[in-house]
Design a protein around this ligand. Structure first.
Ligand SMILES: *Cc1c(COP(=O)(O)O)cnc(C)c1O
Length: 388
């Protein structure tokens, strides 16, 4: 099919040409005296995206899933109790990983469409007077449902109950696109990956750990090797890595950081809000509902529910086969019930309108009773009214 395939999935996202070009490099000697000139400033600048000055940033040749594992196995001990709220496929998988690693996982079910219930979290933490809970695992942006949780509120709940648990945050689909403040929110481990807000291919796990979390690595007894933070710390201090680095990922990250910092993080967040808000206006104009309940709407991905007599997979197939655009599917409990539009990464008003128009055509083709042009019109008016 002529023309490009547009990714309107919430990861991997569209990679800008500047980043593709920056990654297209000959290999070089990663033990040379020049290599630290790349890595040392890279790790410093990565901290700016996490908004941490006191923490330490890390890059692993891996994906976000490894980031979960790095946080758990470097700081905790087998059998430790961890608390997690499950409200979508990603929070589900993180809890499952913790269980498989031999942690004592306290899973609280929450409605898919809502995020972390702060009042109940605070009550649970207050009840835990013996401080058996060693870590709270918080999924900042649940990509499966398009739900954003209030991490500042999670920190408040920990503080209000004077609870010393570590706070680990999955920011794979939020960091570098949604407001994220590691130091201000007292986050001990922040986890991200290259293929969402960082606008790169998968293959980089980007992390930052607080000094408190780094101290916990001293006593953690989990067996670990490839994912050991201590090996990274020892090599990174001289500007090197414990094993062969994924060079194109590092050069891509250099360019991504330059682009994000040049735009300015507050502008990046505001752009994602506008992209998301235009999408939500379109969905409302179609008369459809989003999965996220009020107050939890994500600015990087919108999950759209279809009526019971429809199958969301038909919409996704029509969009892909007829119009060459990729939408996200409904995961696990939402399979067939929802499709997702990603509005994260290298996107602007017009690329977003391509998504909205493509979805609108696919909805019409699959028999949805919507007015042609209604979603596009709603988005156009919103984008025009709010363009600078
Ligand atoms: C994409 C994603 C992950 C998984 O990351 P991988 O890079 O696929 O390992 C984890 N958590 C969230 C919230 C995600 O969106």
């Amino acid at each position: 099919m002529a023309g490009r395939n547009h990714l309107y999935i919430p990861g991997p996202t569209n990679v800008p040409n500047e980043i593709l070009n920056a990654m297209h490099i000959p290999m070089e000697d990663h033990r040379s005296p020049l290599f630290p000139k790349l890595l040392t400033p890279l790790l410093q600048d990565l901290k700016k995206i996490f908004r941490t000055e006191t923490g330490q940033a890390f890059v692993f040749p891996a994906t976000g899933t490894a980031g979960w594992e790095i946080a758990l196995t470097n700081t905790l001990n087998p059998g430790d109790k961890v608390l997690i709220y499950r409200f979508g496929q990603f929070s589900h998988l993180w809890g499952e990983m913790a269980r498989r690693l031999g942690l004592d996982v306290e899973i609280h079910q929450e409605t898919w469409g809502k995020g972390i219930p702060l009042d109940r979290l605070e009550a649970r933490l207050k009840e835990d007077t013996q401080h058996e809970i060693k870590a709270v695992l918080a999924t900042h942006n649940e990509t499966a449902t398009g739900v954003t949780s209030d991490i500042a509120g999670v920190r408040k709940a920990l503080d209000a109950s004077n609870h010393p648990a570590l706070l680990f945050v999955d920011g794979v689909s939020s960091i570098a696109s949604l407001d994220f403040r590691m130091d201000e929110w007292g986050i001990d481990g922040a986890i991200s990956g290259s293929q969402k807000g960082f606008m790169m291919p998968a293959g980089g796990a980007f992390l930052a750990f607080s000094q408190k979390a780094l101290r916990a690595t001293e006593t953690s007894t989990f067996p670990r090797c490839f994912l050991d933070l201590k090996d990274q710390i020892n090599s990174n201090k001289d500007g090197y890595t414990p094993y062969t680095p994924a060079l194109p990922i590092l050069y891509g990250l250099r360019k991504a950081l330059d682009m994000l910092l040049e735009e300015g993080l507050d502008n990046v967040y505001a752009r994602h809000f506008r992209l998301a808000e235009g999408t939500r206006k379109a969905v409302a104009a179609w008369g459809l509902k989003i999965c996220a309940q009020p107050g939890f709407e994500s600015d990087t991905v919108t999950a759209i529910m279809v009526p019971e007599d429809k199958d969301a997979r038909d919409v996704i197939s029509a969009a892909f086969n007829k119009y060459n655009i990729s939408l996200g599917g409904g995961l696990s409990e939402l399979a067939g019930k929802a499709f997702r539009i990603g509005h994260v990464g290298d996107m602007n008003d017009v690329s977003m309108l391509g998504a909205i128009a493509g979805v609108e055509m696919a909805l019409l083709d699959t028999g949805f009773d919507i007015i042609p042009g209604s979603g596009v019109a709603a988005a156009i008016e919103y984008y025009r009214a709010t363009a600078k």
